[in-house]
Design a protein. Structure first.
Length: 431
């Protein structure tokens, strides 16, 4: 197999050194022992200041401590947790003895890919192929090999495309994309079959076969990313999928311009805040404004991101995804601040917590969750370019491959290999 995997990918632990001035290659880095960060209270800012100025000032509010600091993140231990939990048939449950759902199963497989365990990632994707239903979907959850929740979820079903494109960016394994093409096609067709006239996508069909005419902003944003990746795979393999392209355009327009189409009761979840940015449906200045507007609502400075704004529970998955969204829009400084808050919240075996309460720091739940560890790895990858898939959510990357590259695997592949920060990382990473 032709592989994009970089030579340093086998490293176990990365250790970032920050000098006493807080600078590293012209990039400031602020750490968790700093005061609470609140973008809605920016001293000395005048009303006419732009959002980008606000975001930049947020980074400048906290001064370095004057001593050398270090940020560590453990690739191997997080990947080993996923490996230990994966079953012999490729299935990856939430944790040992827990349920498996298709979305988090794919997310965990992506963590295996970042960790360099490509054979095991392929087994996870093949589990998806072997368990796909006739309509292209999967059940919402399985336990011990049997369906548990027989709801058929559009977001859970379509996310396979993101996992496969992520795997391809790392491996360059075009034959495996061909092997999985029919499975992915059926999954995407299932999802867009639930698209409403205004562009939103209904979230599910009940076990009784009734479509729930409710659209979820987080789920629809994830489907938008799935459509992006599915279209990129189609380009790699030389297929034109006009219906997918049209569905993506309509869905993106709904996410950006018609928020009233989506279930407002879910807005208490922080994912509704940053997922439209993470997927790229909202970008540029609009993305910057959205980050600044809701920062105080969802973020506990020095700790991370709340799962829901009205509960004092910080989760490492949401914190990592916010870091990913910030990296996606090119705000690596702020992304690194958020990542530093969670990078050492680990069990004795090096795997990462699921979450904790604030301010008492009670770890909850105590289970070691596969998909949480996977998204921590993905956030680190986006920041420090551990693999070529670190660009997966980058808005600049998608603008290039969707607007300027020729179709076909060679166009995307050549672009990935030519990205300067893959060969010359913008962060200094030492073992």
């Amino acid at each position: 197999m032709d592989s994009f995997l970089r030579k340093d990918h086998v490293a176990v632990k990365y250790h970032l050194k920050i000098n006493a001035s807080g600078k590293r290659q012209n990039c400031s880095c602020i750490f968790a022992d700093s005061p609470v960060l609140d973008p809605l209270y920016i001293p000395k800012l005048k009303p006419h200041f732009k959002v980008q100025t606000i975001l930049e000032t947020m980074e400048q509010l906290i001064e370095p401590s004057g001593k050398e600091q270090a940020l560590t993140y453990d690739i191997d231990s997080a990947a080993r947790l996923i490996l230990r939990t994966q079953k012999s048939n490729g299935e990856i449950p939430w944790s040992e003895g827990e349920k498996t759902d298709p979305w988090d199963h794919v997310e965990a497989a992506m963590g295996l890919s970042v960790g360099g365990h490509l054979a095991e990632a392929r087994q996870a994707f093949l589990w998806m192929a072997h368990n796909q239903l006739d309509d292209g979907s999967w059940y919402a959850s399985y336990r011990n090999g049997r369906p548990e929740d027989m709801t058929r979820d559009t977001n859970m079903s379509s996310y396979l495309a993101v996992g496969l494109f992520h795997y391809y960016l790392i491996s360059g394994d075009t034959p495996f994309l061909r092997d999985m093409w029919d499975t992915m096609c059926a999954a995407i067709d299932f999802a867009i079959g639930f698209q409403a006239s205004n562009g939103e996508i209904y979230w599910a069909k009940s076990p009784e076969g009734v479509v729930d005419p409710t659209a979820l902003l987080t789920g629809s944003s994830s489907i938008f990313m799935s459509l992006r990746c599915a279209l990129a795979i189609a380009d790699c393999l030389g297929y034109e999928k006009t219906a997918w392209r049209q569905a993506k355009a309509r869905l993106g327009h709904a996410i950006k311009h018609k928020p009233h189409l989506f279930n407002i009761t879910k807005s208490r979840f922080s994912m509704d805040w940053f997922y439209p940015i993470l997927c790229g449906a909202i970008s540029g200045r609009d993305a910057q404004k959205r980050i600044a507007k809701h920062w105080k609502k969802y973020v506990i400075g020095g700790e991370g991101v709340r799962c829901v704004f009205d509960e004092p529970w910080v989760t490492l998955a949401e914190s990592s995804e916010l870091s990913l969204a910030l990296s996606a829009i090119g705000n690596f400084n702020l992304s690194e601040i958020v990542f530093s808050w969670i990078s050492e919240k680990q069990f004795d075996d090096g795997s990462y917590w699921c979450g904790h309460t604030c301010p008492d720091m009670t770890i909850w739940p105590e289970e070691k969750i596969t998909w949480t560890n996977a998204v921590v790895l993905m956030a680190a990858d986006a920041l420090y370019q551990i693999t070529p898939a670190g660009c997966l959510f980058s808005h600049q990357f998608w603008h290039t491959i969707e607007n300027t590259l020729p179709s076909g695997a060679a166009g995307i592949r050549d672009h990935i290999l030519s990205i300067d920060h893959l060969s010359k990382p913008h962060r200094v990473v030492n073992l």
